[in-house]
Design a protein around this ligand. Structure first.
Ligand code: DGJ
Length: 698
């Protein structure tokens, strides 16, 4: 018998567990930090009344909710022992081990299963939960669900998560919490463009600036499942776990399955408060990039598959002339890769486009003072390739030898085959050893549609880990047809994510706004494309494209050889501003504002010492009023004076449709308190224009 309450806390958040008796511990409180509470008194004050028509002893659902414990919503553990009589899991508490910020809970099902659940706070107040299950029986155990569930109070009335599609990732969707299960699943073998991304449940009207929010994100790059489960009794649970199709995980005696980490966070100050926690968490990871994020040129929209060594060297010269620091050679460099239909898997350099290999181009890039990066898609294989002809058994198939449907004319390399794995690792390794490559853009352009997403994801992680162990300075960008693989698992081993294939700033304003709730700006690849966006056909001004790409790990994806000298001059000015501002952009606090009518978006980054900030106001649609409301600047020190001035490359005064407020002609001085409360008036902007302001403490 246990007689404990456990109080874990960090950075303003508390989790209090009730671990009395031998039932699965339950959560008494998850939310704002409780200052040294008397836990017995707390439990007494939260004693549950007996509801009508219910179990005789009222109980809160355990952190692994089970029917056997009276919870008739979504269970936290499901599975069965093959060949054994039907029986639901029933867990009893075996041991507890805890500190002020972490607890390990061991539970057992009568010598059949052993479950270890750990809950630990990071210094940023992220509650990281993991569960690991071991089969103790001689009968194999088929696991289908394992997820830690945390309760949110009934005042959390709204669920916000995300959907999306190619070039339109991270579309927010919001709905009231209602009795039943709000279930989101990914079966793509990657999180996918429609990834739920973050499951946030908050008080009515919660937004960026205010409201109480409880949220979770699964740090996993494969199939997954998130639920917000509300029972008629009044319990609301948030649970996140790997999606395990029947038969995928079968544990023999003594074998064990460990879940990916679920990252939970609470905020009393809206989504911005969650952002503070997630950003400091991701910034604390070992793989977090430590060097200034180099301004990048990526060749994809500049040349697509039209590779020619001399032309690319000329493009590299144009890139260097505007201040680019990393030149990335995208798809199209491999033998026979004239289009997307063929030649994935061999990773040899095309001798027609590159008669002397990648040496001349990579050396020219390095001589121009830039880093050289290379696109690869190591998890894939084209049927039309020497490697597929020689090793058809390396192409991922289902157990019945069925080939999953073709997608972008490509198939999946079965990385769970040790020979295929070593071949891919050694091929990429050879490239990294032969050429001065410091960066890989790691693409993944299809859903698996077959095989085991679990095994594939583990093999992917091992492949990246082995390559980075052999090349510790190597940086990797996670790309999956744009933003199809942006998650906490991949961020444990990569230094950049390609947020989306669209470089259209209108789409990007929204994609970056929502991606950055979780992902710090230094990870978010954001490129300036040509005036007419390749993905949407929409045309926008250079100033809007520059202002949008500034808020991320900035880059260019445009054939600069065909740009005008005036455009190149403006880009060069922006490039040097990006370099000056990146310590602020990539280390400061992101402050996003709620939008009054959805047509004007505002975001900023404030230095941690509040001495410096940058804010952008973007008009993403036709303004609804001729005289727009003043804009407030959040996160500054209310007692200090600041000078606010527009940056030169953003929308020019002569493009405003009306008259600008007089202060905008130069700059204005105001206290942080004024800026946060009454704010500054703005000119009317055309749709698809933005102004960027620098804010400096005096
Ligand atoms: C999809 C990526 O998202 C693009 O940026 C580009 O790398 C192409 N694949 C290349 O095939």
């Amino acid at each position: 018998m246990f007689s404990s309450f456990i109080h874990l806390r960090a950075a303003g958040t508390s989790l209090v567990l009730d671990a009395r008796g031998t039932v699965v511990p339950s959560v008494l409180h998850w939310g704002a930090e409780l200052a040294d509470p008397d836990l017995d008194a707390l439990a007494a004050s939260l004693d549950l009344p007996l509801g009508p028509s219910s179990i005789d002893t009222p109980r809160r659902p355990g952190i692994i909710p089970l029917l056997a414990d009276g919870y008739s919503g979504q269970p936290g553990l499901e599975g069965f022992h093959l060949g054994s009589p039907f029986r639901r899991p029933s867990l009893r508490l075996v041991s507890l081990d805890y500190t002020d910020a972490a607890v390990t809970i061991v539970l057992e099902d009568e010598g059949r299963l052993r479950l270890e659940v750990s809950l630990s706070f990071t210094p940023a107040g992220i509650l990281c939960s993991r569960a690991s299950i071991t089969n103790l029986s001689t009968a194999p155990f088929a696991l289908s669900t394992l997820a830690v569930a945390l309760p949110v109070p009934q005042r959390a009335t709204d669920v916000l998560d995300f959907a999306g599609e190619w070039s339109h990732e991270r579309t927010p969707q919001r709905r009231p919490v209602a009795v039943g299960t709000w279930l989101r699943e990914s079966r793509h073998g990657r999180p996918g463009h429609d990834d739920s991304f973050l499951t946030a449940v908050g008080s009515t009207h919660f937004g960026f600036e205010a409201g109480e929010v409880w949220a979770g994100h699964l740090a996993w790059s494969g199939d997954k499942r998130s639920t917000v489960d509300a029972t008629a009794t009044g319990h609301v649970l948030v649970a996140l776990g790997e999606l395990l199709p029947p038969g995928e995980i079968v544990l023999n005696e003594g074998e064990n399955y460990s879940s990916p980490a679920a990252l939970f966070a609470h905020s009393s100050s809206g989504l911005n408060g969650l952002t503070d926690r997630f950003h400091s968490y991701f910034r604390s990871l070992e793989a977090h990039p430590e060097t200034p994020r180099p301004l990048t040129l990526n060749t994809w929209e500049a040349v697509y598959f039209d590779h020619d060594e001399a032309g690319l060297i000329e493009l590299a010269r144009a890139a260097a002339s505007v201040g680019v620091e990393r030149f990335v050679l995208d798809d199209g460099w491999m033998t026979g890769r004239t289009d997307a239909k063929r030649a994935l898997g061999d990773w040899t350099v095309d001798a027609t486009s590159y008669p002397r290999g990648l040496q001349p181009l990579s050396e020219a890039v390095v001589a121009l003072g830039m880093q050289f990066g290379l696109w690869v898609e190591p998890e894939m294989i084209s049927l039309d390739s020497p490697v597929a002809r020689e090793h058809p058994e390396w192409v991922l198939r289902d157990a019945n030898s069925q080939l999953p449907l073709s997608w972008r004319d490509q198939h999946v390399m079965d990385l769970s085959n040790p020979h295929a794995f070593s071949f891919v690792r050694d091929s990429i390794n050879a490239l990294l050893t032969t050429y001065p490559i410091t960066y890989l853009k790691w693409d993944m352009n299809r859903d698996l549609l077959g095989g085991s997403a679990h095994r594939h994801t583990l093999a992917l992680y091992r492949l990246i880990d082995e390559l980075r162990a052999a090349h510790p300075a190597l940086e990797i960008e996670s790309c999956a047809s744009g933003g199809g693989r942006v998650d906490g698992g991949i961020l444990e081993r990569t230094q950049r994510v390609w947020a989306s294939d669209t470089n259209d700033p209108r789409e990007r304003q929204s994609i970056q706004r929502y991606s950055s709730i979780l992902v710090p700006l230094e990870y978010l690849g954001a490129h300036v494309g040509e005036a007419k966006a390749h993905t949407t056909g929409r045309t926008s001004s250079l100033s809007y494209r520059l202002a949008t790409a500034l808020f991320g790990h900035a880059g260019i994806e445009w054939d600069l050889r065909r740009s005008t000298p005036t455009d190149r001059e403006t880009i060069a000015e922006w490039a040097s501003e990006y370099k000056r501002l990146r310590p602020l952009l990539h280390e400061g606090r992101l402050m996003q504002s709620d939008s009054i009518d959805g047509t004007r978006l505002q975001h900023g980054v404030v230095a941690t010492d509040q001495s410096w900030a940058i804010f952008a106001v973007a008009q993403v649609d036709t303004p609804r009023r001729a005289i727009p409301d003043a804009v407030t600047f959040l996160g500054l020190d209310p007692h200090r004076n600041y000078r606010v001035a527009p940056l030169g490359f953003s929308t020019a005064a002569d493009t405003y449709p009306g008259t600008a407020p007089k202060w905008l002609a130069d700059s204005i001085i105001a206290t942080g308190a004024i800026l946060a409360s009454t704010g500054l008036t703005m000119p009317l902007l055309h749709p698809d224009e933005a102004i960027v302001f620098e804010v400096v403490a005096l």
